[in-house]
Design a protein around this ligand. Sequence first.
Ligand code: ADE
Length: 258
Amino acid sequence: MQFEVFTLLPEVFPSYLETSILKRARDRGLINVRVHNIRDYTHDKHHMTDDTPYGGGGGMVMKPEPVFEAIESVLGRFDYAQDASPQTPPASVSNIPIILLTPQGRVFNQTIAKELSAHPHIALLCGRYEGIDERIREHLVTDEISIGDYVLTGGEIPALILIDAISRLLPNVLGDPTGAEDDSHAMGLLEYPHYTRPPEFRGWHAPEVLLSGDHAKIDKWRRQQALERTFKKRPDMLEKAELTKEDLKFIEKLKAGK
Ligand code: ADE
């Protein structure tokens, strides 16, 4: 999978991308991340990427020209003249999502990570300053994503979060082929608790069932633990989770405090 990142702070990316699972995925050619400095696409003496807002007020606004030029020179120029609707990029590029990271976007979650992992090529545009010229949003960007209802100083950390969450869903990126299947959120529930050696630590025991070797029993225990955790910590998730009759019965018991 190919990621194209457009940013004014390219130096933010290498350390994280050169670590652990993402490094291994890059070394094995499973993902490729190219980071493009928007400033390289300015032509004035001062390499200006922002300017004061029309209409006055505080803050600076990201200028449209270098952002359009950066993205078009990497993904291909959009032929707006021949396009019936200037808001719809032509077919050659429209299948590559151009995602603006912004607190105004749809809120990122595991379902969106899965949806995006089906694309072979994605562009991520990191906003900075107080905002971006609206023409970038209207005529260039195809999707807007927020990582939560709070405001950061820019879209760089959100872009890394998307790259991380999407990459680990790709085949062979995680060492364990079932690694992402039981994740919290993957099944619409929080994940069950984990234990490893030693069986007893400071008098605290790992649950007997996990040492029993009885896999049917272990699966049942894990499912019930996932349901109980979700019931206690994120009851909102239960409304959307796919639940069996047995799950529902178990939840009724939890509600009754049994
Ligand atoms: N840029 C600033 N805040 C952000 C957020 N919450 N999500 C995505 N991009 C952002």
